[in-house]
Design a protein around this ligand. Structure first.
Ligand SMILES: [Zn+2]
Ligand SMILES: [Zn+2]
Length: 437
């Protein structure tokens, strides 16, 4: 049973107002201006996602309590779990990196799957209480930090790195991580948040027929450039949490969402300044991240400090050039490309350029998707360090560069999140609109 009816929404990426009808089974609606998917019909969305979430929580438990991989060299054995890797990094004095690895590999997945499970169970009997809306919001906020697939690639790279030194055996935990990746992806694909929000009680009294007041607003057909009906022009704000289109109380203080209670904004406040701040901080950290060693290897009569680049060369020389290429792209190219691309978006927005807007929104979407893969080397260092502890024969310690490297990844992710893609489309708005930003 679906509770969805026809409604008017503002595109989250370009703010264009559009009428979204009841979609045919399996159909997807895209924004006519920027191409963003604004709605898609997912048959039996809530039940399917619930089944996947139950399976995911089981895979998550197995992945965390069983060994990921084991190592044997000259009659000695060692094995590690995800938690073991985190604890080792902490003990080696890399507390910040350890916390970040814990967030992306354990905490965020538990929060995401756990909250989703509660939400999906609660919305089975509508209307679900309001606080369920808050849980749904938290689960969505934790999703970008769930990096299980990046961790998996990190584990594979560390296996190859260690394979030269000792015999490595994948453990049960690794297969559980593999299952978890598939289940998490399937959850994202099958879940329709609109369906869940429609079953959660409103913070304020819902308007009659379950439509917000803003839904009575006429949607003018866009004529030429500059007359396209956007939310901001019509004094309407799309809720950042539940997507409801609500009438803004005022331009400077639009009030809060009548459905979920989230503070409404017409554009993310201080988006340009914040993005610049994160971007500048990330560029500063990029230098030590690449110049300082990320891993120190010690063997009798032999010591080596590896930077990210020398690690790539080492992988290449050991014959695994595809992995060397992956690490090179993820660790060196992506962070740099992200910094340059975001700076380009900021400059073009600040100079109010109107050309190539579809290309720029595509650049922004690519940045959002690929940014997380830069965490790869942080995971590689964590698992190599955790596993290669065969004192006095051989040991590996994290280097000072790894914390700067992790900082670059987090800062560029925060920069991408603070940017408001709707600014790209705002150039045609009048001076009057801009003055109120
Ligand atoms: Zn759009
Ligand atoms: Zn809302």
């Amino acid at each position: 049973m679906t509770l969805l009816t026809e409604y008017i929404a503002a595109c989250p990426d370009c703010d264009l107002l559009q009428r979204i009808g009841v979609l045919p089974s399996g159909a997807t609606a895209r924004c006519p201006r920027c191409g963003r998917v604004v709605a898609s019909d997912k048959p039996n969305s809530l039940n399917r996602t619930l089944a996947l979430a139950v399976a995911a929580i089981i895979a998550l438990i197995v992945a965390n309590v069983t060994p990921l991989m084991g190592l044997s060299a000259v009659g000695r054995h060692a094995s590690t779990t995800i938690l073991g890797g985190i604890v080792k990094m902490w003990r080696e004095g890399q507390e910040i990196t350890a916390l970040l690895v814990a967030l992306c590999s354990v905490v965020a997945p538990i929060l995401y799957v756990g909250f989703m499970l509660v939400v999906l169970l609660a919305v089975r009997k509508p209307p679900a209480p309001r606080w369920i809306g808050a849980l749904l919001r938290f689960s969505e906020l934790s999703r970008p930090w769930v990096m299980v697939e990046v961790m998996m690639l990190g584990i594979l790279v560390s296996l190859v790195k260690i394979a030269d030194l000792a015999t490595v055996n994948p453990g049960i935990g690794m297969f559980a991580v593999g299952a978890l990746i598939v289940l998490l992806a399937a959850m994202t694909v099958s879940f329709d948040p609109r369906e869940a929000w429609a079953r959660i009680a409103w913070v304020d009294e819902p308007p009659r027929k379950g439509r917000s007041e803003a839904q009575d607003e006429p949607v003018r057909k866009g004529g030429g450039a500059g007359t396209e009906p956007t939310g901001r022009r019509m004094g309407l704000a799309a809720c950042g949490a539940c997507g409801l289109l609500a009438r803004a109380a005022g331009r400077n203080d639009p009030g809060s969402c009548p459905r979920c209670g989230e503070i409404l904004v017409l554009r993310r406040p201080g988006a340009i300044q914040r993005t610049w701040a994160f971007l500048i901080a990330a560029s500063i950290c990029y230098l030590p991240a690449n110049l300082l060693p990320v891993m120190n290897t010690a063997m009798p009569g032999y010591a080596e400090a590896d930077t990210i680049m020398s690690g790539v060369i080492l992988l290449y020389e050991s014959g695994s050039w595809p992995l060397a290429l992956i690490v090179f792209v993820a660790s060196i190219m992506i962070p740099l490309a992200k910094i340059i691309a975001l700076a380009y978006l900021l400059v073009t927005v600040q100079f109010r350029r109107i050309e190539s807007r579809p290309e720029r929104i595509r650049v922004y979407r690519i940045i959002e998707v690929v940014g997380r893969w830069s965490m790869l080397d942080v995971f590689v260092v964590t698992f190599v360090v955790a596993l290669v502890q065969l004192q006095p024969l051989m040991s590996v310690e994290p280097g000072a560069g790894v914390v700067f490297f992790a900082a670059v990844v987090v800062l560029t992710m925060l920069a991408a999140e603070s940017f408001d893609p709707r600014l790209i489309w705002d150039e045609n708005e009048s001076e009057e609109d801009r003055k109120h930003d």
